[in-house]
Design a protein around this ligand. Structure first.
Ligand SMILES: Nc1nc2c(c(=O)[nH]1)N[C@H]1C(S)=C(S)[C@@H](COP(=O)(O)OP(=O)(O)OC[C@H]3O[C@@H](n4cnc5c(N)ncnc54)[C@H](O)[C@@H]3O)O[C@H]1N2
Ligand code: MOO
Ligand SMILES: [Mg+2]
Length: 411
C-alpha cells in the first residue's frame, strides 16, 4: 500500500483504471444528465419533407419572372394548406396554394412568398416581385439527414439532446448506468437524525452530505446508516455494501486512533489497499482499496474533510465511471477580496465564496477553515488550493480557484 502520496498520485491511482459502468436502456426522460452509450444514427430525414417556413403562398418561381411594382403577376389560389395536411392538387402554371408554416410544399410549387409581400382576394394572389426557385423552402433533410450520425457515444444528454432523440423517435436510449454508491458512517459516537441527543454523542451528518453530493454528481446513493467502531460490525456492513454497490464510501475511523478500524476492515473483506493518507488538508487520512472492479473509499469523519475529499476524489471518479470525459472541477482566475495570511506547510483547500461581477470573478474567505467545522461549508461555492509553503495571499492578488457551483452574478 502506498502512503503519504501526493494529490496527483492519489488521483491517478483512483482514476487511471476505473471501470465504466454498464450501459442500460432507459426511457428517454430518465436519460437527462447521463452519458450516451450508443451511436445514434438517424433513420429519418428532418424535416421529413420539403416544407414552408412561412405563412404565405406556394407557387412556381417561373410564373413570377419579371414581376414588379409596375408589372404585377396575379395567380389563382386553388387550395388551402394548413400544417399537417397534404394537398391533393398540383400547382400548375398561373396557380398558387395558400400555405401555412410547417405545411408540406405541394406538388408543382418550388417557392413560397410571405403573405405580407402580396395582395390577395378570395380566389387570387398578386405579387410585385419575382421569386427564385427554392426561395423560402426548407428542404427535406436539411436539419438531419437520414443515415448520418447525430449523436456520438460519450455525449452528455442535456435538453437539446433530449429533443433530438425525441425527433428521431427514440423513446428509449442507451446510457451508462448511474454508479450505485453505498455510504456507511462509522463511529460509536454517532446517532441518527431522528434520535434524541445524549451526552458524548453527535448526529450523523456525513451520510446525508455525502449522499447529497453523490446525487448531485449523478450517482445513486444507497444509505447504509451508521455502524459502531468495531471490526466485525464494519466488515459485516462492508460485505453487505459490496453486494449491492459499485463503490463503497465510509466516513470516520481512518486515522491513527485505537478505534480507527476502517482500513483493517477493508483488508478483512479481501480488498487490496491502494493508498492511505494523501498530502492534503483537510482529509489527510483518506484510504482507498480495490475489491475486484469495485472501490472502497474511506473518507475522514470530519465533516468538512469528507465533503472536500469527495469533491476532489469521488466526484471525478463517479463522472469518469459514467462515461464523462470532463470530470475535473472547473477552475477560474479570480481576484482576492481579502487577505489569506496563513502560510501552511501542507497542501491545503480553503473554503471560499466567489462571485462574478463586472466581467470578472472575485473571491472572499468568509468562514472558519477547520476540518471539523460544517457550518462554513454552507454558502461557499469554491475552494482555493494552496500548495504547501505558498502564501501569504493579499487582497487584489490574482489566483486560480475551483468552482463547486455556478457563482452568483452581481450587478
Ligand atoms: N494522533 C493523531 N490524531 C489525528 C490525526 C493524526 O494525524 N494523528 N489526524 C487527524 C485528522 S487530520 C483527521 S481528518 C481526523 C480523521 O479522523 P477519522 O477519519 O478517523 O474520523 P473519526 O476519528 O471517526 O472522526 C473525526 C471527527 O468527525 C466526527 N464524525 C465522524 N463521523 C461523523 C458523521 N458521520 N457525522 C458527523 N460527524 C462525524 C467525529 O465525531 C470526530 O469528531 O483524525 C485526526 N486525528
Ligand atoms: O486531514 Mo484532517 O481533515 O485536516 O482534520
Ligand atoms: Mg479517528
Amino acid at each position: 500500500m502506498k502512503t503519504n502520496v501526493t494529490l496527483e498520485v492519489a488521483l491517478s491511482l483512483l482514476l487511471d483504471e476505473c471501470p465504466l459502468t454498464r450501459s442500460i436502456h432507459v426511457p428517454l426522460m430518465d436519460s437527462l444528465g447521463s452519458v450516451l452509450a450508443e451511436e445514434v444514427v438517424s433513420d429519418v430525414n428532418i424535416p421529413p419533407f420539403d416544407r414552408s417556413p412561412l405563412d404565405g403562398y406556394a407557387l412556381r418561381a417561373d410564373d413570377t419572372v419579371g414581376a414588379s411594382l409596375e408589372a404585377p403577376v396575379t395567380l389563382s389560389v386553388i387550395d388551402y394548406l394548413p400544417a399537417g395536411k397534404v394537398s391533393q392538387r398540383e400547382v400548375g402554371t398561373g396557380q398558387a396554394i395558400r400555405i401555412m408554416t410547417g405545411a408540406k410544399i405541394p406538388q408543382g410549387a418550388d417557392a413560397v412568398i410571405r403573405q405580407e409581400d402580396v395582395t390577395h382576394d378570395a380566389e387570387t394572389v398578386t405579387l410585385r416581385q419575382s421569386m427564385k426557385p427554392l426561395e423560402n423552402i426548407s428542404l427535406c433533410g436539411e436539419d438531419i439527414l437520414m443515415g448520418n450520425v447525430v449523436l456520438h457515444t460519450g455525449t452528455v444528454i442535456e435538453p437539446p439532446e433530449i429533443g433530438l432523440l425525441a425527433s428521431l423517435g427514440r423513446s428509449f436510449v442507451s446510457v451508462y448506468m448511474k454508479p450505485r454508491v453505498a455510504i456507511l458512517s462509522t463511529g460509536d459516537e454517532l446517532i441518527e437524525v431522528q434520535q434524541p441527543m445524549s451526552d458524548g454523542k453527535i448526529r450523523n451528518s456525513n451520510s446525508y452530505t455525502v449522499a447529497a453530493q453523490i446525487k448531485k454528481t449523478g450517482g445513486k446513493p444507497l444509505m447504509l446508516g451508521v455502524c459502531g467502531d468495531d471490526l466485525s460490525s464494519i466488515t459485516n456492513k462492508l460485505h453487505a455494501a459490496l453486494g449491492i454497490a459499485d463503490i463503497v464510501i465510509t466516513t470516520g475511523g481512518v486515522s491513527v486512533g485505537d478505534k480507527d478500524l476502517v482500513k483493517e476492515a477493508f483488508q478483512q473483506v479481501g480488498a487490496e489497499m491502494l493508498f492511505w493518507r494523501v498530502r492534503m488538508k483537510p482529509g489527510t487520512p483518506i484510504a482507498v482499496a480495490r475489491y475486484g472492479e469495485k472501490l472502497l473509499i474511506g473518507l475522514s469523519g470530519n465533516p468538512a474533510a469528507a465533503f472536500i475529499t469527495f469533491e476532489q476524489f469521488v466526484r471525478p471518479l463517479l463522472l469518469k465511471m459514467m462515461g464523462r470525459d470532463k470530470y475535473q472541477l472547473m477552475t477560474v482566475e479570480t481576484v482576492l477580496e481579502n487577505d489569506f495570511m496563513k502560510v501552511s506547510n501542507q497542501n491545503r483547500f480553503v473554503r471560499a465564496t466567489t462571485v462574478y461581477r463586472e466581467g470578472g470573478f472575485y473571491t472572499r474567505f468568509p468562514g472558519r477553515h477547520s476540518s471539523g467545522v460544517l457550518s462554513s461549508l454552507s454558502g461557499n461555492n469554491s475552494l482555493f488550493y494552496i500548495p504547501a509553503g505558498k502564501g501569504p495571499f493579499t487582497r487584489g492578488q490574482r489566483v486560480t480557484i475551483q468552482l463547486l457551483d455556478q457563482p452568483e452574478v452581481k450587478a
